[in-house]
Design a protein around this ligand. Sequence first.
Ligand code: SF4
Length: 301
Amino acid sequence: MALLDPPTRTRDRIGLDGEGSLQVALDPNDRIGTAKVFAVYGKGGIGKSTTSSNLSAAFSLLGKRVLQIGCDPKHDSTFTLTKKLMPTVIDVLETVEFHAEELRPEDYMFEGYNGVMCVEAGGPPAGTGCGGYVVGQTVKLLKQHHLLEETDVVLFDVLGDVVCGGFAAPLQHAERAVVVASNDFDSIFAMNRIVAAIKAKAKNYDVRMAGVIANRSAATDEIDRFNAATGLKTLAHFPDLDAIRRSRLKKCTLFEMEQTPEVAAACDEYKRLAALMWAGCDALDAEPMKDRDIFEFLGFE
Ligand code: SF4
């Protein structure tokens, strides 16, 4: 029985992922087929998983076949879609001692709201392993089980606090990346790092920046200033709605909440964003700031 392949290191492909990179490189055989692939990044706690799940729901309501892949060790990306905390790919691989051929799709992929298919990649064992390896093995498993062939949209939901080579792995698969950010220093600082990661990846992969999803903010003036300075643009704006917070507590998407005027407006915004992304977002040639310059730019010096 064959074990899953060990991670492919860039030792023999120096330069593929950028100067000094030792990260896991994409095996060309593991390219996702014809689906449109998006990576949703953002600082931890910014509402990225809630945004991703509502966006997946919106794609499905537009008639698209959607697969959401959570790439956060917390593995609650798809919680509001499936109404439960699912086992991760790494969890189930461990149960069969990493003999992937013993797994069935239903062991790690679950159907959620309106047919959205949900997978939680999980994280590497704490203190060892690499998040990029986990993402790579998840995609490999999905391909082995032919689960990407009948999919229109693949959405990776990725932790954006540390945009190391491992957590940047979904950028090797995505054609467009979006960043969820609120109008504050921490999320804009993380966004800048994500812009830098995408710029680095774009040298060797197809991924390009699509823009910003402004979240949990009435005002967007700081995001607007950052966009103007770096060449980003805002694709959608979601205010700090209590109904969005409550939807998470009720284990449901925003589309399943009582459709008050403000909830209906936010649902319409998700559907507008999904339609925009499906039609094809412009590739932005954004230029990140130096880490130090962000402090001055946002008035912290
Ligand atoms: S820090 Fe990033 S690149 Fe390094 S092992 Fe962890 S996930 Fe992988």
